[in-house]
Design a protein around this ligand. Sequence first.
Ligand code: ZN
Length: 272
Amino acid sequence: MKILISVDIEGVAGVYHSQQVRAGNTEYERARRLMTDEANAAIAGAFDAGATQVLVNDSHGDFRNLLPDVLDARAQVIQGKPRYMSMAAGAETGVAGMCMVGYHSRAGGRGILAHTINSFAFARIEFNGEPMSEAGLYGALAGEYGVPVIMGSGDDVFIEENRALFPHAAFVQTKQATGQNSGVSLSPQKACEAIRAGVMAGMGQLAKAQPLRLRTPLEVRLYTQTPALADLFCQWPDFERLDATLLGFGAPTVEAAVRMLNCCSAMSAMLR
Ligand SMILES: [Zn+2]
C-alpha cells in the first residue's frame, strides 16, 4: 500500500512569521528542519500502520524545502517546480490515501499565515460558489484520481475550515491561532508524536474515506489582491472580468482549474 504525504510549512509547530517560510535567512533554515521533522513523523506513522511505500511531496513555495539527507530513507520525495499536480503531485501514481502535513487556512481567514496559493496575488478563490482552501483545492485534485484525504495537520482554523470536506480524516492540531502571526504551539516533539499517531488513525479509516468529488464543469471565481493583477490575468481570453478585482472562468476539471490558477500565480511575478 502506497501513501502520499504532502508537506507545507505554515502549519508546522513553531512557525508563525513570513520570515520563517521564505528562503534566505537563518529563521527559515530552522523552520525547514521543523518541517522535515514533521514529514518524518508522518512517514513513520504510515509505515507503522502498514504502508509499503511512502511518497512525500514538498509542497511549499518553490517546493525545495525538505532536507533530503534528513528525511526518513524509506520514503521517496518529490521536489521542484513547476509541476502540473503541484501540492497534489503523486496522487496520480496509484496511492491509497493522501496526508496533508503543515497545512494552513485560506486567504482572508484568521489562521496563522493564512493564504491561498499566493498571498501576493490571490485574495479569494471560489469553486461553484464555495471558498476554497489549499486543502480543498488539492484534496479535490487528488479526488479526481480517486484518492481520499485521510489526515491533516495545522492550526485550529485550518481544521475548522476543512473538517466537513474530509469527514473521515484524522486532524491534528499543532497550533492554536491568536492572529495571522501569533498563536500557541505544541512543542515540535509533541507535534511530531501527534502527527505520527494521526497518520496511523487516518490509515485506520481508509476503508471509509471517500475521495472528494466536486461538480464539474467548475465555475471558478478569482478575487485578486489588486486591479492590476486582474488586468494582467484577463489577458487570458478565457477569463471574464467581472469587477475591478474579480474574474471568472469555467474549467472542465479540478486539474484544469488548478493549472490555470498556477499559471496566474506564476504570471503575477511580473507585478511584484
Ligand atoms: Zn506554504
